[in-house]
Design a binder for this molecule. Structure first.
Ligand SMILES: NC(=O)c1ccc[n+]([C@@H]2O[C@H](COP(=O)([O-])OP(=O)(O)OC[C@H]3O[C@@H](n4cnc5c(N)ncnc54)[C@H](OP(=O)(O)O)[C@@H]3O)[C@@H](O)[C@H]2O)c1
Length: 257
């Protein structure tokens, strides 16, 4: 479970623990919320996923601690360390920004899958859930590099499901729309950037401005637990016939049928 200390990853970690799973939680730092979940079934591994060796270290830690791996959730993603989104134009991101975006959102997942697949095959299968974004499907002028990285993630997941499905590994993608997490709520985060752009205050941005700008059918940003429940369903054998799918949980943002 990557990006487990906050937001969607924290909600997935809590939901997996509630279902009786043993969880290896990867993030750079602990968080008070993750510490509150501490127990025999939870191991925090402090890693920086911008380091190419980190995903393999997380999988190795799972094997050492719990004897194997049945589920991999590639959730860490969004703005790479030190970056703030949204960016409003393609011209705002140079090569370095594109590379970091792909390192964080795509290559960390590619490397985690590379480490996890042999371990899963040894146990006869498993479930991989990649947390993508509706930006993978909906092109906009905002966050062009992010959308491209997530579209690549969707393609990557579909291809993996074709190759490893016959050997018992299911691969699915969950694509959230806007979710009320640190990405939005942190000081200097997305809500503050939008607030400065439109001249509103940050709470108004999250409560009304952003839902109206994005024409969200539900009228609100999603709660991380609403994404986590879908991830956990896809991780579990209750979705044994679901693979190669992309589940959109976006408050009705996408308008295509
Ligand atoms: N929030 C949204 O509106 C939204 C919408 C669509 C898709 N998504 C996707 O959902 C996923 C989770 O987003 P979120 O909003 O829940 O994120 P978040 O609240 O910002 O949390 C990010 C998590 O990733 C960890 N992380 C950040 N940089 C890391 C690094 N270099 N190495 C290891 N861990 C790192 C953070 O912990 P540390 O800081 O301690 O490392 C934290 O646990 C992402 O893939 C994102 O693209 C989010």
């Amino acid at each position: 479970m990557t990006g487990a200390s906050k937001g969607i990853g924290l909600a997935v970690t809590a939901a997996l623990l509630a279902e009786g799973a043993r969880v290896v939680a990867a993030s750079r730092k602990q968080s008070p919320e993750l510490e509150r979940l501490a127990g025999n079934n939870l191991l925090h591994v402090p890693v920086d996923l911008m380091d190419p060796d980190a995903p393999g270290e997380v999988v190795a830690a799972a094997v050492r601690a719990f004897g194997g791996l049945d589920i991999l959730v590639n959730n860490a993603g969004g703005p790479p360390p030190g970056e703030t989104l949204p960016r409003f134009s393609f011209l705002d991101a140079d090569d370095t920004a594109w590379r970091e975006m792909f390192e964080f959102n795509l290559f960390s997942a590619v490397r985690a899958v590379r480490a996890a697949v042999p371990v899963m095959l040894e146990r006869g299968g498993g479930s991989i859930v990649n947390v993508s974004s509706v930006h993978a499907r909906q092109g906009t002028a905002i966050n062009v590099d992010y959308g491209a990285a997530k579209a690549a993630m969707n393609s990557f997941g579909k291809s993996l499901s074709e190759e490893f499905g016959p050997q018992g590994i299911r691969v699915n993608t969950v694509s959230p729309g806007p979710v009320r997490t640190a990405w939005w709520t942190d000081e200097g985060g997305a809500a503050d950037v939008l607030a400065a752009k439109v001249g509103a205050d940050r709470d108004a941005v999250m409560d009304t401005v952003a839902p109206e700008m994005m024409n969200l059918v539900t009228g609100r940003l999603a709660d991380p637990r609403e994404i986590a429940d879908v991830v956990v369903l896809l991780a579990s054998p209750r979705s044994a016939s679901t693979t190669g799918s992309d589940f959109v949980v976006d408050s009705g943002w996408l308008k295509a049928v």
